[in-house]
Design a protein around this ligand. Structure first.
Ligand SMILES: Cc1ncc(COP(=O)(O)O)c(C=O)c1O
Length: 488
């Protein structure tokens, strides 16, 4: 960072520039708006000021070699004269009160053009809006977000700040990452089988409250045989199939009570509740998400009442967990026999994606995650359409599709407003190439960059080591995908 020297200049008309800044590097004339977001500055009398700063560079933006200033390259310099800025001050600064810190921040700023592609971007405002909306929807029930969508400690902390009571993961290795980073209530919403995983689970239970799922007698006995030897007792949730048809004891079978009674007898396990994942909320041709939500909720409450009758559950302490983004988006609680749903576990909502858009859960405008990609080739096809190739293939966008819809993501015409490109389709993928077709005349040139809303955000994130948090075209920070590839 540049040395911070306080310089005087008249407020709201200009900004101090380091000597020689205008004399280096290629200069592109034009009007460029740069939103810097929240900035801190120090006034002459030592007061800390906060600004929301938007600079409009009226005469140009100069790029120069940042090494001259000991900064990462490339950096951007506001190189000459007239710069307008508007400050929404938390406190009114006196004339000439803005410190050189502000200039130093500007110089260190990165913009989208600085990022090598392909890479992932999170639009911070959209993500924060998604988090806030879900916190409101989950008011009155515990929110335990599934972190498989972002696999990131920093983003799970943001969910905690919005009131999450704990987090959900799918695998022990993910739980290890989050526990190492201070999370003290981690639910593994997965039927864990495997001696090694169970021993690691026992180790983790000394540092945090850990729970996991069981849905078969065999699984329960295998877990008990390992955990019993370690001397710890771990919370288990009996997984119930409420209609999705993946894991879980069928909600209406006798097995529910039989397995609960058996779990109560097994060493190393403590039955603390029931859990379901209503993945059938993603089905287009059966019930809609509101109907799936109500059906799941009521089936889970019925199971709880039956377990209470068999003395396996007490309403005051028994946990009842359900969760998927489409159903929790329309969640309403209910009660039966003193039981109600105690927690919800949506995951995808933090970013949303084309799958949620296709289901009507959200609009394209609420999709926070995009893939930034570059056009690396362009040719006209014999059919008269234009084909261009992006540097994002299957290893970035993944081959997940949106049910009944062709294509591998939505290219945005305007990333700021999330308006889709009307004539462009990503029609195919090979490992490192995205094949796109444009009807009629092409509008893309080699070197152009596009932002793509992916079909399925959760799998795309797992393809990358980090994601860039952005505000428009300003890069705010890098977020590591801490639990990337944790599948064991
Ligand atoms: C067990 C479990 N719980 C919760 C979720 C979260 O669902 P969604 O991604 O729809 O929010 C999933 C998603 O796969 C899941 O498998």
């Amino acid at each position: 960072m540049l040395q911070s020297t306080i310089k005087q200049f008249p407020s709201s008309t200009g900004i101090y520039l380091p000597p020689g800044a205008s004399k280096r590097g290629p200069i592109h004339d034009g009007v460029v708006s740069v939103a810097l977001g929240q900035q801190q500055a120090t006034s002459f009398d030592g007061e800390q000021l906060s600004f929301n700063v938007i600079f409009t560079v009226l005469q140009g933006l100069g790029q120069l070699n940042g090494r001259a200033f000991g900064l990462p390259t490339p950096i951007y310099l506001i190189y000459c004269g007239t710069i307008e800025f508007s400050c929404r001050q938390i406190r009114e600064p006196t004339d000439g009160a803005i410190s050189f810190n502000l200039v130093a921040n500007c110089l260190a700023m990165r913009v989208l053009e600085d990022l090598p592609t392909p890479c992932l971007l999170i639009d911070e405002r959209r993500m924060e809006a998604n988090l806030e909306q879900m916190a409101i929807k989950a008011d009155g029930v515990g929110l335990r977000p599934h972190t498989k969508t972002h696999k990131s400690v920093a983003l799970a902390k943001r969910q905690q700040l919005r009131g999450a009571v704990g987090i959900t993961v799918a695998k022990v290795s993910e739980a290890e990452i989050f526990v190492q980073n201070g999370f003290d209530d981690v639910r593994i919403a997965y039927t864990l089988v495997g001696d090694q995983q169970l021993r690691r689970l026992a180790d983790l239970s000394s540092q945090a409250r850990i729970s996991f799922c069981v849905d078969t007698k065999e699984g329960a006995h295998l877990a008990s045989s390992v955990l019993g030897k370690t001397g710890v007792s771990i919370d288990v949730l009996l997984e119930i199939d409420t209609g999705y048809g993946r894991c879980g004891v069928p909600y209406n079978s006798n097995e529910v009570v039989e397995l609960a009674l058996e779990l109560n007898e097994l060493e190393g396990l403590r039955l603390c509740g029931i859990l379901t994942h209503e993945g059938n909320a993603y089905s287009h041709n059966a019930l809609n998400a509101t109907e799936v939500m109500a059906q799941t909720r009521d089936r889970m409450l019925d199971v709880a009442v039956r377990l209470a009758e068999a003395h396996c559950a007490e309403a005051a302490t028994f946990e009842i967990s359900m969760g998927s983004t489409p159903s929790i988006n329309v969640f309403e609680n209910n009660s039966k026999g003193g039981f109600c749903i105690t927690e919800v576990r949506p995951g995808n909502y933090i970013f949303n994606d084309l799958t949620q858009v296709a289901l009507g859960v959200c609009s394209l405008d609420a999709c926070a995650l995009t893939v930034l990609s570059t056009v690396v080739s362009r040719h006209r096809t014999s059919r008269g359409t234009e084909r261009f190739i992006l540097d994002s293939g299957r290893k970035v966008l993944t081959s997940d599709s949106v049910r009944d819809k062709p294509g591998y993501g939505c290219i945005l015409y305007n990333p700021r407003t999330r308006v889709a490109h009307p004539h462009t389709r990503i029609t195919g993928l090979s490992e490192e190439h995205g094949w796109c077709e444009v009807q009629g005349g092409g509008t893309f040139s080699v070197g152009d960059r596009v932002q793509i809303v992916p079909n399925h955000a959760c799998v795309v994130v797992n393809m990358m080591d980090k994601i860039f948090l952005v505000d428009g075209s300003t890069v705010l920070s890098e977020i590591p995908v801490d639990a990337r590839g944790c599948v064991i």
